[in-house]
Design a protein around this ligand. Structure first.
Ligand code: MN
Length: 202
């Protein structure tokens, strides 16, 4: 079965005014669709064709050498965006609750301090890539990945992320990435991050 895009879990304009409907249309219908189509093309005829994309990204070294880079980029882009849509939700933001909040306070001091560190990771990332909250060995960490690299390829479990490729914000925020990152907190879907954290620690 070829990979397909999961339906966007809300309307294209539902994240406004923080993320414009124009961005969501181009980002989902053009960029994400292209990563999906190119993943199907790249994996056709390999032993990984039809396997869960998570498994592909955890085992890049097992791919034929001439496929490794294209799969790393395209399958990474496909899965990163699949996650990204679920990391956002209309009328959300605020802060997490329960175990995740406690864990964040243990790892970063306060939620606000987590926000500052994550913001710094997003704003300072040079070029195209992502800032992530991941679980590694049962602990929370903030990391950056370049291009479409997946934390899964580095033994980490993705919990939350912001896409800081220019295509994610330029139409609305121009070169002001920091304004986009600031607005992003208003659509953070903490319920999804909590769910992922509980799954990752078990
Ligand atoms: Mn993107």
């Amino acid at each position: 079965m070829p990979y397909t895009l999961a339906p966007l879990p809300y309307d294209f304009s539902a994240l406004e005014p923080f993320i414009s409907g124009d961005i969501m249309h181009v980002h989902y219908e053009k960029h994400h669709q292209a990563y999906c189509d190119n993943t199907n093309k790249a994996l056709a005829g390999t032993a990984f064709e039809g396997k869960p994309v998570e498994e592909v990204l955890k085992n890049l070294s097992q791919l034929p050498e001439d496929k490794r880079t294209v799969v790393r980029n395209q399958a990474g882009g496909y899965l990163n965006h699949t996650f990204f849509w679920t990391f956002m939700k209309p009328k959300s933001g605020g802060k997490p609750a329960g175990d995740l909040l406690k864990e964040m306070e243990g790892a970063f001091g306060t939620f606000e301090s987590f926000q500052e560190k994550f913001t710094a990771a997003a704003v300072t990332l040079f070029g195209s890539g992502w800032a992530w909250l991941v679980a590694k060995d049962g602990k929370l960490q903030i990391v950056q990945t370049a291009n479409q690299d997946s934390p899964l390829s580095q033994g980490m479990t993705p919990l939350f992320a912001i896409d800081v490729w220019e295509h994610a914000y330029y139409l609305q925020y121009k070169n002001f990435r920091a304004d986009y990152v600031k607005a992003f907190w208003n659509v953070a879907n903490w319920e999804e991050v909590e769910r992922r954290w509980m799954e990752a620690r078990n």
